[in-house]
Design a binder for this molecule. Structure first.
Ligand code: GLU
Length: 341
């Protein structure tokens, strides 16, 4: 039996030499346009939720903006609403930086160092770190994300940032740029993340300067994307690591599998269990109002609407993705009785 550095017994594994087969079904892609329109119309009037307020500029956005995009692994991207409206990627960056770090360091090292288990606590919890002897727990909470960003290749902070920006741009299939206003606003309001960085350092979980790691993390959260970009980025993880629009192999198929498993258990903050129970596909949300949901082997949905529930997830985004997951048969846990019987 092996143990990860969070002190937990890891589940037994003994299948490295077994060739992995993949079975994911097909996507009814001829219905995507019609279903996107249906979901957009159905949830446009929902006005529940609040804008994020703890990063000052995020509280000043237009609350009605609503976009849903879907990219099929075949490379066609569909969209309805404000699909080219730009917003900062925020926490959604965590899953793509994690994928780059898995690619760089491999399954075992990253599993051991960052972990994969849900904390059950808010994304910026200090208590979660303390309760787990300084272990960051998983890459989708801020402590784990800061530790993950620190593992990006590059000898200097500038090189690491360049690798983050280039890596995320390869997922999107276009050069992503920094939203300076968001970066400055968040840099002035990120004392808690700096505290998390120092706490990790005190436990020996960061090698370098914690302020550099937090600064790169703040920059990665401030990269601008659109719902269209999120759909393409997610579809790259649905497509064995090949960006379906550019054809570039961004990460390996194994990295996609590991990333999506971690996202499934941790992607919707402390509502991740509810999400998997109701919607049934790996998804990651961010406090600016974006959500990306990935159906392995089929495609991905990028949704944006800035009003959030109490955990920080876009209200309309969750509804739209739930609708599409059901109507397109994306739920990983759903089955029907064998028709040959
Ligand atoms: N940059 C935000 C933070 O670190 C991201 C939060 C989020 O989207 O969950 O607080």
């Amino acid at each position: 039996m092996t143990y990860t550095s969070d002190g937990n017994e890891s589940i037994p594994t003994d299948f490295d030499d077994v060739v992995q087969q993949v079975s994911t079904g097909t996507l009814a892609h001829q219905r995507i346009d019609e279903l996107l329109l249906e979901a957009h119309e159905r949830y446009s009037d929902v006005d529940e939720g609040l804008l994020a307020h703890y990063i000052p500029v995020l509280g000043q956005v237009e609350p009605e903006t609503f976009a849903i995009s879907m990219s099929h692994v075949g490379g066609t991207v569909h969209g309805v609403g404000d699909c080219h409206h730009q917003f900062s990627i925020q926490s959604i960056s965590k899953m793509f930086v994690y994928a780059l770090v898995l690619q760089e360091h491999g399954h075992e090292v990253v599993h051991e160092k960052i972990g994969v288990n849900n904390t059950g606590m808010p994304f910026n919890s200090v208590m979660a770190v303390e309760l787990n002897n300084g272990h960051p727990m998983n890459p989708m909470v801020n402590a784990g994300a800061i530790a993950t960003t620190e593992m990006i290749a590059g000898k200097s902070a500038a090189k690491k940032w360049e690798n983050v920006r280039e890596g995320l741009s390869a997922f999107a299939g276009r050069p992503l740029t920094l939203d300076d206003e968001v970066y400055e606003s968040e840099s002035e309001a990120n004392e808690r993340n700096k505290a998390l960085g120092r706490l990790l350092k005190s436990y020996g979980q960061l090698d370098g300067d914690p302020n550099n790691a937090v600064d790169i993390y703040t920059k990665q959260c401030s990269l601008n994307v659109t719902a269209h970009d999120l759909a393409v980025m997610g579809a790259t993880l649905a497509d064995g690591g090949i960006n379906p629009v550019t054809g570039q192999q961004v990460v390996s198929a194994d990295v996609c599998r590991d990333t999506l498993a971690t996202v499934a258990t941790n992607g919707l903050y402390e509502r991740s269990g509810d999400w998997l129970f109701e919607i049934g596909i790996p998804a990651k949300s961010g406090v600016s109002g974006g959500i990306v949901a990935v159906a392995p082997g089929k495609g991905a949905i990028g949704a944006f609407s800035p009003r959030l529930d109490m955990a920080g997830n876009s209200v309309r985004g969750q509804l739209a993705i739930g609708h599409l997951s059901r109507a397109l048969g994306l739920n990983l846990f759903a089955s029907a009785p064998d028709s040959a019987r």
